[in-house]
Design a protein around this ligand. Sequence first.
Ligand code: FAD
Ligand code: 2HG
Ligand code: ZN
Length: 502
Amino acid sequence: RSVSRTPVLRAPRRWAHSFPQLNSVTEHDLDYFRKILPPSAIITTLPPNPSPESELEPFNNDWMNKYHGKSTTVLKPRTTKEVSDIVKWCNDRHIGIVPQGGNTGLVGGSVPVKDELIISLANMSKVRSFDDVSGILVADAGCILQSLSDYLAPHNYVFPLDLGAKGSCQIGGNVSTNAGGLRLLRYGSLHGTVLGLEVVLPDGTVLDQLTSLRKDNTGYDLKQLFIGSEGTLGIVTGVSILTAPAPQATNNVMLALPKFENVLPLFKEVKRQLSEILSAFEFIDRRVYDLAIKHGQGRALDAEETEGAECFVLVETSGGNREHDEQKLNSLLESLMEADEPLINTGVLATSPAQFASLWAIREGLTEAVSKEGKPYKYDISVPLQKFQEVVDITREHLRSEGLMREGAVRHVVGYGHVGDGNLHLNVVADAYTPEVEAALEPFVYELVAKYNGSISAEHGIGVMKTHALHYSKNAVSIDWMKKIKQLFDPNGIINPGKVLP
Ligand code: FAD
Ligand code: 2HG
Ligand code: ZN
């Protein structure tokens, strides 16, 4: 395979980092928090009764253990009123706040930069209402995604969002990151499915936009500002969302491809033949497939079946009639296998619920597999589909030319992602997070993305990881208006300081 020339590096345009002047939480603040919260909702290392540091650790360190905060205090309010009282106090006292959901974010947005107060939504986890005619669900922001899916199942509805972190991530965190996930191809983004939000603004005011209307053209759609703003404009406390009728039949098949070049013609053919029942089309390169198997994510396909495969595609169908869907899928497989120049080596069709789950486990387990293998540098990018493999190969070649593809530095460069959404997850698995590896990767990867007119964040967000690189995907006028919006909502800069904006 030919590897294109590496792009010419330009010096990164860095904005001065604008972390506001903020105060630390004191015993005086705790006296106030104790008036509104029970002892079980406060974890603090401050006197007079300090909790052990270990209790704060899961809140101060992110999922990858890459970003580390130094917060002394975590509060777990139970109601919107309690959130509002805490935020108002912090705004008056200029105390920084980090809103935290399941802490599964992958860009360091959910942990403090310094010693900001952490407000965890974990104690706000009730379903407020569900209408089984419209499918509209209203829930507290701290509801865990999996528990919402479980709640909907007996009503024959599904949540329009699904992702590997579903066992820990919260709907408030999903909305705040505008999470994409595995069902976006079918149900679209949260910008479309979220109908209303309840948000505590940085001065403590409760913005109640928790409507359950499908249509509402009454001026500015304020809720959209909070979807994907990563907790920098307010704390989401309630979410109203349109869920979908559960499909009557779901099937999946893992396709092994001899070469990457077949992915796009395959995508075209799969879309043409499966049309309305296609619900996922996920790309997995060979190296990351092998890591998934090595680290026990899903059951390995037959070695013979995967021999010579350069990559894999997981296709899922969701439809209304099992017989009809299976017929479509079978005839797709037949036509693919019988073509003069087959696009696939083989396809493994799930024939039982356990096999269906196991095929998904391979895909959903990739993130965990790379984390078990080493320290992953994650680049969650939008690039033209035909460039997916090129980006992975160029990055590997670049690291090789820098002398970093070796033991003690970088172990693997892998790619996987949501083909249907044009979203590649480029993961560079290193032995450790080091300035040397980071300097080789950044701005190299961002320059590459810019060359393809892509986005430096397709779904994980900017967090603290990419604030300095925002300009690769947003022009100066856009960044200027983002700053004005931040200033308008949060003039004291207390909510999630140091995140998103340069
Ligand atoms: P957190 O990590 O706690 O927070 C994320 C950001 O949102 C932070 O900036 C935080 O301050 C803010 N925030 C959290 N809750 C609130 C709130 N109530 N109000 C205001 N701000 C808030 N992401 C995808 O898009 N697609 C995927 O397929 C996907 N798969 C993943 C798989 C794994 C195994 C892991 C570990 C992560 C994955 N992610 C994925 C990333 C992550 O799960 C999502 O970003 C998720 O939406 C974060 O939710 P959370 O509750 O964990 O939020
Ligand atoms: C996924 O699609 C998630 O699995 C995580 O967005 C991607 O691990 C990653 O880089
Ligand atoms: Zn993803």
